[in-house]
Design a protein around this ligand. Structure first.
Ligand SMILES: [Zn+2]
Ligand SMILES: [Zn+2]
Length: 151
């Protein structure tokens, strides 16, 4: 069961739809898309089979004007490396907001990233090592650790 949630941009009621087999909440007005916390991981899994490259494209976190549709907390946004793609996310880990068209760019970027990595075997090995050093942690924990500074 899921409560109706409203678009953080235009306050329209979001509509549930299937997007590549994932339940997402789509705004009928601005066509933005809300992904619950774990669902961005699933979206990435539709492109990146072993989970590599997940999280690697996040850079920094900034305060956003948008409020989380679940808890009304101000969201933070991330920027995907090398692209002007901004993704808002709830600091309470309720989920992610993608503006219209951004999810397509996320997939394009991941496809590109995947072919980059195929060309670079060592990058793949580094990523494997990195993933195993992360152990069995959640997607968000991984992101947090990546931003947690190097020790
Ligand atoms: Zn909207
Ligand atoms: Zn929230």
């Amino acid at each position: 069961m899921q409560m109706d949630i409203k678009c953080p941009r235009c306050q329209a009621n979001l509509e549930l739809e299937k997007h590549k087999g994932i339940d997402v909440d789509r705004c009928p007005e601005c066509k933005g898309m809300w992904l619950d916390h774990h669902e961005l991981g699933h979206l990435e899994d539709t492109v990146v089979e072993t989970g590599f490259a997940k999280g690697t494209m996040w850079m920094r976190s900034f305060g956003s004007d948008l409020a989380c549709p679940r808890c009304a907390e101000h969201m933070n946004w991330f920027r995907y490396r090398r692209f002007d793609l901004e993704i808002d996310h709830c600091p309470q880990e309720h989920g992610f907001w993608l503006d219209a068209g951004e999810e397509r760019r996320v997939l394009e970027i991941m496809e590109e990233r995947k072919s980059d990595l195929k060309r670079s075997k060592s990058a793949q090995e580094d990523w494997d090592k990195f993933l195993s050093s992360m152990g069995n942690t959640s997607f968000m924990d991984k992101i947090k650790r990546m931003f947690g500074g190097r020790r």
